[in-house]
Design a protein. Structure first.
Length: 193
């Protein structure tokens, strides 16, 4: 695989694997280092990395937040596909004023591109949904995601597994039922102890 240049410098970011297989880089700063107030110039715009796109077109810059998320910020993939973004406490104590980047307690819900209208017909609703064809969005299978936590600029425990589809059927009541095969290796899919 070829090396790809990011749109700009970023440190202390949160990287999330999205259900599409893309990677979201969010939060952080452009200069300094991790650890309390040692970073400056917050990066307000998330980057989206699409590893399957052609070289030179894998990164895109997404709509910026107005809230600086520096040290001790976080991002978490929610069950509905959105990303919960919160935190930022770059000082030893909670400081809400008088500092360049005050302690931040507000939360944001970032909405990725796959939450757009193009995917509306595939979202579960009450009743029966009919999907088909060879569109990548309708491929049988599922993904299993494990939540991530970040410390010292390193995402821990994050993984996404594509599950093999065994059978798909429509039940008498109407909903779609899928049987998927999970990996058997504890290295690939560690137990949640």
């Amino acid at each position: 695989m070829e090396m790809e240049d990011m749109p700009g410098p970023r440190l202390m970011s949160d990287m999330l694997l999205l259900p599409t297989g893309d990677v979201l880089l969010i939060n952080g700063a452009t200069h300094g280092c991790a650890g309390w107030e040692k970073a400056i110039n917050p990066v307000l715009a998330p980057y989206l990395y699409k590893p399957k796109d052609p070289q030179g077109r894998r990164f895109s810059i997404l709509r910026a937040s107005e809230i600086p998320r520096m040290y001790h910020s976080t991002a978490l993939l929610l069950a509905d596909g959105r990303v919960l973004v919160g935190g930022s406490n770059p000082y030893f104590r909670y400081n809400f004023s008088g500092y360049p980047y005050a302690t931040e307690l507000r939360l944001e819900a970032f909405t990725p591109h796959y939450m757009g209208e193009y995917y509306d017909e595939l979202r579960p609703t009450e009743g029966f949904n009919s999907i088909g064809g060879d569109d990548e969005r309708t491929r049988c299978g599922d993904r299993s995601e494990r939540c991530v936590f970040v410390t010292h600029s390193l995402s821990m425990h994050q993984r996404m597994l594509r599950l093999e589809c065994v059978t798909v059927e429509v039940t008498v009541e109407g909903p779609l039922m899928a049987l998927v095969r999970v990996p058997t290796s504890p290295v690939t899919a560690p137990t949640g102890k």
